[in-house]
Ligand binder design. Structure first.
Ligand code: NDP
Length: 463
């Protein structure tokens, strides 16, 4: 039995705040608002812009750029469907201005939500100077019964000769003009998504990934299809490739690969993982344990080694996803301010990778499931009606990984248009522990791509 961290109805204490949140991103803002709704006195410090990575330099501007880049084939498709439209050309400044206006609008909403919740905003950098004390860059020092660290992370570029010439996903949204060509380094979510965005926007795109196949850890069949389709759409994807050194030259950056090949690219974008923003935050000095990558070490309730200090979101390097940070923030408030100890549930988190084609995934990959138990695999690959009619060679994958013993669907993997939307819904069934037979009892919606999820009769593989 876990002891509640906070006695409900605590007398107004000797502290300036009941809760002080460091970081105005998804996790911090949600925790601040929900805690304030319990009657707690809450302060929040943000050194940059309210909204954090997701709103300012991540999910939101990225998705807007995904939408924009998908128009590259929309004109040709429209002609196939009877419309008389010329091929357009892309003008980055025309998108950049409204894109940044939209980010400002969202930032304003975040600010207003905090204000309306009676959270006191400090536009300052905060460092932890004691178990109950925070120092602000404007010279103030505040005390708090609880401190929540929600400072997120930042892109991490390995150090090598010329590595300072690399840009990161943070910089892409701020470019004055799009380069004619770009090298994207990395094979994770960010590298693969940006390779597709930039390719769609007409930038000659090369992607280096050091391993055998991009999107390591995801279902092999699904990531292979994504990578094949990325190549089909024009990305020069080079597996088993990496950069040895870079130098500035006229017209861009000269890159020497580990294979000795020398090439010039207009820009080089590194997306080789993200590091927690704990440098200089004062955490170790007050006894908070940091992991090898600088992440804040927390227990199942997001509590650090210092009982009054908690951490949520990317800074803990558990699962680096906005909805997870929000749920961690809510679980923290439930535990600390509502006397209802709540562990964060990190099982069966659906997620989408906004590559082109998109990938949606929940649960175990075929490979991971096979390691665990005997499985059946139901999968089908086909050309979707919409793009096939327009003469495009796109392919879709619908796949279920099923336990032989319990018939429970252990994993669902979708590659194709709107896979992110589909996996959100399939994720409910998988999270509920639905069996293959329960999928099959659901009537198909016709004609759709996702009807295949309830109509696959025979396994393609068993083991
Ligand atoms: P990832 O950890 O997903 O991928 C990092 C990539 O960089 C891997 O391919 C890795 O290779 C490679 N890499 C690491 N170090 C080096 C190196 N020194 N030289 C060359 N390659 C290297 O990180 P991302 O930056 O792509 O994304 C960070 C997090 O952001 C993700 O984990 C995800 O949770 C989140 N995110 C989620 C999105 C979504 O939900 N759609 C979108 C964007 C981000 P290897 O595989 O060999 O280790």
């Amino acid at each position: 039995m876990v002891e509640p961290r906070f006695a409900k109805g605590l007398m107004m204490s000797e502290f300036d705040y009941d809760l002080f949140v460091i970081g105005g991103g998804s996790g911090g803002v949600r925790a601040a608002r929900v805690a304030a709704a319990t009657g707690a006195k809450v302060g929040l410090a943000e050194e940059f812009r309210m909204g954090g990575t997701c709103v300012i330099r991540g999910c939101v501007p990225k998705k807007l750029m995904v939408f924009s880049s998908e128009y590259s084939h929309a004109f040709a498709d429209a002609r196939a469907y009877g419309w008389d439209v010329p091929d357009g050309s892309f003008d980055w400044p025309k998108l950049r201005a409204p894109l940044h206006a939209e980010l400002e609008r969202l930032e304003g909403i975040y600010r207003r939500l905090l204000g309306n919740s009676d959270v006191t905003i400090h536009d300052a950098r905060a460092t932890v100077s004691g178990a109950h004390e925070v120092s602000l860059s404007d010279g103030a020092t505040v005390s708090a019964k609880h401190i929540l660290v929600a400072v997120g992370g930042r892109p991490s570029v390995p150090e090598f000769e010329g590595s300072d010439l690399a840009i990161t996903s943070n910089d892409i949204f701020l470019l004055d003009e799009m380069p004619e060509s770009i090298l994207v380094v990395g094979g994770g979510y960010i590298a693969s998504e940006f390779a597709c965005i930039l390719n769609g926007l007409g930038v000659k795109t090369t992607q280096f990934y050091r391993g055998e196949q991009i999107l390591r850890g995801f279902d092999n069949e699904a990531r292979t299809l994504v990578s094949e389709q990325m190549i089909e759409k024009g990305i020069d994807l080079r597996l088993g490739s990496n950069v040895a050194s870079m130098k500035k030259v006229d017209g861009g950056v000269e890159v020497t690969g580990v294979d000795g090949k020398v090439e010039v690219f207009g820009a080089v974008m590194y997306a080789t993982g993200r590091r927690p923003n704990t440098d200089g935050l004062g955490l170790e000095a007050v006894g908070v344990e940091l992991g090898r990558g600088g992440e804040v070490v927390v227990d199942d309730y997001s509590q650090t080694k210092v009982p009054s200090i908690y951490a949520v979101g990317d800074v803990t390097d558990r699962v680096q996803l906005t909805p997870v940070a929000i749920r961690e923030g809510m679980a923290f408030v439930e535990t600390v301010f509502k006397g209802n100890p709540t562990k964060v549930d990190h099982e069966l988190i659906p997620s989408a990778i906004f590559t082109q084609p998109e990938m949606g995934t929940v649960g175990l990959s075929e490979e991971a499931a096979r390691e665990q138990e005997a499985i059946e695999v139901y999968a089908t690959t086909f050309k979707p009606m919409q793009s096939s009619f327009a003469g495009r060679p796109d392919k879709v994958l619908m796949k279920l990984v099923v336990s032989q013993a319990t018939r429970v669907v252990l994993g669902c993997h979708i590659v194709g248009p709107h896979a992110g939307e589909m996996i959100q819904l399939a994720g409910i069934a998988v999270k509920m522990g639905a069996t293959k037979e329960q999928f099959d009892q659901t009537c198909a919606v016709h004609p759709t791509m996702s009807e295949e999820l309830v109509t696959m009769r025979d396994p393609v593989r068993t083991s």
